[in-house]
Design a protein around this ligand. Sequence first.
Ligand code: ZN
Length: 408
Amino acid sequence: MAKTVFKIDINGAPEKQSVKTHNRWHPDIPMVETFKPGSEFRVECYDWTGGQIKNDDSANDVRDVDLTKVHYLSGPFGVEGAEPGDLMVVDILDIGPIEGSEWGFNGLFDKNNGGGFLTEHYPHAVKTCWDFHGVYTTSRHIPKVRFPGLVHPGLIGCLPDHKLLAEANRREAALVATNPNRVPPLAALPYADTALMGQMTGGGRDKAAKEGWRTVPPREHGGNCDIKNLSRGSRCYFPVYVKGGGLSMGDIHFSQGDGEITFCGAIEMAGWIDIGVGLIKGGMAKYGIINPIFKPSPIDPHFDDYLIFEGISVDEHTGEQYYLDAHVAYRRACLNAIEYLKKFGYSGEQAYSILGTAPVEGRIAGIVDIPNVCATVAIPTKIFEFDINPSSTGPTKQVSGADVARAG
Ligand code: ZN
């Protein structure tokens, strides 16, 4: 077994730990440890909220979550010889839950605290809790659904350099300035008050906390990409921007549907990741790489039957025609899938949570046929304990007696 180089205590506050997490990206955060290429090591990670969400039947914690504290990241780790312009080769060798914490959560954020993909339709906080049974998961809040996890880190990447840091801060501030009072906001700008900066200290730490990136979006370095297929067995190639690289990770998901549409998010869990590292010197220029690339796992769960819902870029409320808008089209596909699942007795929130947690496949089918994008969401039919296919007899109510946890 790989040596654990970053240990957490899920019973204590992350802020109080001796090995410091970080929840901002900044070039000057010191490496926790530096490894030779070819090394393998184990990294423990908090769930993305650092333990703010509990395994219970109230969604008050989801409603009240402090989103300025996320994500709690483990790292950064250096690779000997890594220099700007290289590619860090990262093998995700294995992933699992922290012993004694074999559960995860999914939530819909309140519109006034985070929101989500369908926040206009589902503006209130709800939560579902998921138990792990080896590779499988079930939820007491969503009956008759069971599937194997496609476990992955939602968030992984290397530290940015000062130039990229400043550029992204500039462009995100410019976006927010177009509508500064929007709820939810257009972007999450730097915020020093709740910044955790790893092992940084002193005046340098305070300056970095004011300009460090929030961890919400993916950027050129990777970060919060929420790619479900970046799973155990994957090999990733990350652009290196600073000496040593500075690989950090967190936000482990037991499973997630494409798009992570509920925002909070997938099935979120605390866990460990076994990592192997290598280097391709000068790899960014050699391969023309700006954003990370990766190879999927050879051991993904296998589904051979799907029911696929289409959506087009027409607004569901106003009937307004959008021009090749993939966001609107994917939203319509998801809403169509939710309406369908409701016919079997699921609440809208349960159906929405299924799309956020189960390994559904999101696709852009066509993005050139003016004026409509066709987006699809494919649901593996075998995750249900009953037949969801259309038939001449029509749907029968399959689900009753349990619903999502709501806020009081
Ligand atoms: Zn997540």
